[in-house]
Unconditional design. Structure first.
Length: 347
């Protein structure tokens, strides 16, 4: 139990829960670290706090200035909370195809929100470039630049990784994470492998992202698309450069749909889309490594932030997803039998 004077004092020190149904199904202990417990409801609170603290310490950012960032939502919410707590303003630039739940939260926390049409990264009107140009337009604006700002990864090296190590008593065998900016998987993998080089780091990548392809064949190539938000990139950024990845798996949205319903019904855990992707990756790792492993992954944010997509039947049908779900045992058997979507780091 903690007492705090500001919301930012409660960032981190999140609990873990054993996902009983999947643990019993696989013979592994599969743990979810509940990053939804952070004040802004997501793991991005950690990076938001570290980026702003480091910028204030260096003098790049001063009280009264405005933090500017391009975001899929969660980082914007985290930055809005940290900024308001520390006497700063916040301007978030967000593509207009993200969940309305995230848009509302950014505004509720007092940040200014600018939405733009979703376009490829090469387009100068991409939300990332729009945020950069806005930040460069005024001396009292500071660009957080979460993709290239390695304070992002540092947040997890300093806090999340040590928490995982402590909570598992150093017995973690496999760490599983999605990658958006790459900060989460970079910081945690660096810390955990410093403590034990044998910890296996698994990256989970959705359709529509090019990270799996980059690791497997050295170039960013994406196929299809995904309803996951803020996950997957099509370029090599400074945070991801630090990631120490042993294996990667590419998984379709249909699997996330099936797993989210199974865990909801069996464990009373409502997952967001990125959390469902994480847990599907953990299931794949368990299937291929066999029983007896301790596997840790994240509930990245509040499941309710995926209500308009992952839990919206009309939206799912519009994406061609099958709502008549097969038993999870069939998915596990497929994961055990097929390695076509799995990449392993060459030994």
């Amino acid at each position: 139990m903690r007492n705090a004077h500001r919301p930012i004092d409660l960032i981190g020190q999140t609990d873990m829960i054993r996902v009983r149904s999947l643990s019993e199904l696989t013979g592994c202990d599969i743990w979810l670290k509940l990053e939804s417990q952070n004040p802004g409801g997501s793991i991005k609170d950690r990076a938001a706090l570290q980026m702003i603290q480091d910028a204030l310490a260096s003098g790049e950012l001063e009280p009264g200035m405005t933090v500017v960032e391009g975001t899929a939502g969660n980082t914007g919410i985290g930055l809005a909370i940290v900024a308001r707590s520390l006497g700063l303003n916040m301007l978030a630039v967000m593509p207009n195809d993200q969940s309305p739940e995230k848009e509302r939260m950014i505004s509720l926390h007092g940040a200014q929100l600018k939405t733009v049409d979703p376009v490829p990264f090469r387009d100068d009107n991409h939300f990332y470039h729009t945020a950069r140009k806005l930040a460069e337009s005024r001396d009292d604006y500071w660009w957080a630049n979460q993709f290239e700002n390695t304070s992002n990864a540092r947040a997890h090296y300093l806090t999340t990784g040590p928490e995982i190590w402590q909570q598992t008593n150093g017995a973690v065998d496999i760490f599983v994470s999605v990658a958006g900016t790459g900060g989460t998987i970079a910081g945690n993998s660096m810390y955990l492998k410093e403590r034990n080089p044998d910890v296996q780091v698994w990256l989970t990548d959705p359709d529509g992202s090019g990270i799996y392809s980059f690791l497997k064949q050295g170039e960013y190539v994406a196929n299809g698309g995904s309803f996951t938000e803020g996950i997957g990139i099509m370029r090599l950024v400074e945070n991801f450069k630090q990631a120490r990845v042993d294996a990667a798996v590419n998984l379709p949205d249909q699997d996330l749909l099936a797993l989210s319903r199974y865990v909801r019904d069996q464990d009373a855990i409502v997952l967001g889309s990125s959390s469902a992707l994480n847990l599907a990756g953990a299931l794949q790792a368990a299937a291929l490594h066999g029983p007896g492993k301790t596997i840790v992954t994240f509930a990245c944010d509040l499941g309710e932030r995926s209500a308009s997509k992952l839990y919206n039947k009309d939206y799912l049908k519009s994406r061609g997803l099958n709502l008549d779900l097969k038993p999870i045992s069939e998915m596990l058997a497929r994961y055990r039998d097929s390695g076509e979507r799995v990449w392993y780091k060459p030994s």
